[in-house]
Design a protein around this ligand. Structure first.
Ligand code: GLN
Length: 439
């Protein structure tokens, strides 16, 4: 298959009528589909077939969408390049020889290649926005609690949200309208208008049947909008990326927006805090893959400890093992205060910095990724380099805020650059509006 973007190509038909009738929506392979295998890009789950649909999949079917297949991804969502999949790397349709970004690289690639109209990804620390930026398409990471995670196989549940990837802001908003809204089966979901309180401008009530109105926010009207630019997210970014970033800010200004620079000192610690929290949660979440309950079996021969070790040795790839080790260490007695607690303090500080900055701005803008798409293979040898590439996306997950990535030109050698716009909690309309002025 083109670009190795699908792990499983199997059509799931939706209802005959609905807002997405006649449209195809590819689904990342960590989102459960009843009767269709769901691997998380891992050998551990190569044969795993879920008995139920994720809430977002139910909503897609009700909305009339056709799911053409399940998309390739970094193993369990752990990566920034879609090279850690046990099903092989995904190619970037928009920049040959370069990675498509990750971890939802398959979802962004099928949209960029025109193989699907839209796609769902999941974003724990940038996995919707990064591949959208690298493949030259649009991706939205919703406010934590806007979209149900029921049926999303967890990597780091306090950070992640399922989000849409599409060729245009309007199409991404359309898909978000279908999947958003409270779900009895995920107690962390909230109704946006309730969360914002009476009198606030909201997108309506989310009941999963189109009650939200995100599409009408894609009107490109940024006249009078105030854009904050956190300087920390420009420091250290590649020159070619910074150049495209300012060109996009010029475009917003020309359309009537104003901008000011702002400093958010906590952001310097965000990647470190993110990797401590994400790996800690992962070490706990992935304990369920023990060869008994899910996935491949370790072959019991009289010693459960050995069977357990064997199945995890065989079933998990090197990046997943590294993260389980890191997370287990960060949570271990004696180190918990030193790492996990400190990371939680940093998370609170990041949230506070964003809240303050968003009092004086409608949205905050930065490059989505500080670097253009990397060459394939470049970061596999150097995990730290890969982690640092998440500097601009991970703070948003720590703060539970909504963000969009829209195409913002390309580097001199034709690699796509993305612009990230971050809004206040349940302020999806603001980021959609600002993004629609550009793409
Ligand atoms: N690159 C980040 C990580 O590897 C984010 C991944 C994601 O959002 N799933 O953890």
């Amino acid at each position: 298959m083109a670009y190795n973007a699908y792990i499983t190509e199997q059509r799931i038909e939706g209802a005959d009528e609905g807002p997405l009738a006649g449209r195809t929506v590819a689904v990342k392979d960590n989102i459960s589909t009843a009767g269709v295998r769901t691997t998380c890009g891992s050998a551990m789950l190569e044969e795993y077939v879920p008995p139920y649909d994720a809430t977002v999949v139910e909503r897609l079917k009700e909305a009339g969408a056709t799911i053409p297949g399940k998309t390739n991804m970094d193993e369990f969502g752990m990566g920034t390049t879609t090279e850690t999949s046990s099903f092989g790397p995904v190619e970037n349709p928009a920049a040959e020889g370069y990675v498509p970004g990750g971890s939802s690289g398959g979802s962004a690639a099928v949209v960029a290649a025109g193989d699907a109209d839209m796609a769902l990804g999941s974003d724990t620390g940038g996995s919707v926005r990064c591949p959208a930026a690298f493949c030259g398409v649009v991706g939205i990471k919703p406010t934590y609690g806007l979209v149900s995670r029921y049926g999303l196989i967890a990597y780091a549940n306090s950070l992640e949200q399922i989000g849409p990837i599409a060729p245009t802001v309007e199409a991404a908003a359309e898909l978000l309208e279908v999947i958003a809204g409270p779900d009895d089966r995920d107690a962390t979901t909230r109704d946006a208008s309730e969360a914002l309180g009476a009198g606030a401008e909201t997108a309506g009530t989310g009941d999963g049947d189109g009650g939200y109105d995100f599409v009408s926010a894609a009107d490109g009207d940024v006249d009078g909008m105030e854009v904050g630019v956190p300087t920390e997210l420009l420091d250290g970014a590649d020159d070619a990326v910074v150049e495209q970033f300012w060109a996009a800010i010029d475009d917003l200004e020309a359309a009537g927006a104003s901008y000011h620079e702002v400093t958010l000192p906590s952001l310097e610690h965000a990647v470190e805090a993110y990797y401590v929290i994400a790996t800690s949660e992962a070490s706990s979440n992935l304990a369920r893959f023990d060869g008994v309950r899910y996935g491949v079996s370790g072959g019991y021969d009289g010693d459960w400890n050995e069977a357990f070790a064997r199945v995890r040795e065989e079933g998990f790839g090197p990046e997943v093992k590294r993260r389980i080790l890191l997370g287990t260490f960060a949570l271990s007695a004696g180190y918990q205060d030193k790492y996990y607690r400190k990371a939680q303090d940093a998370r609170a500080w990041v949230k506070q910095d964003f809240d303050e900055a968003l009092e004086a701005a409608d949205v905050l803008a930065s490059p989505t990724m500080p670097v253009p798409p990397l060459e394939r293979g470049e970061s596999l040898e150097d995990p730290l380099q890969m982690y640092l590439a998440d500097a601009n996306t991970t703070p948003v997950n720590l703060a539970n805020l909504p963000a969009i990535s829209v195409p913002a030109g390309e580097t001199g050698d034709g690699r796509p650059v993305g612009l990230q716009l971050v809004g206040p909690a349940f302020g999806e309309q603001a980021v959609i509006r600002a993004g629609s002025a550009l793409a």
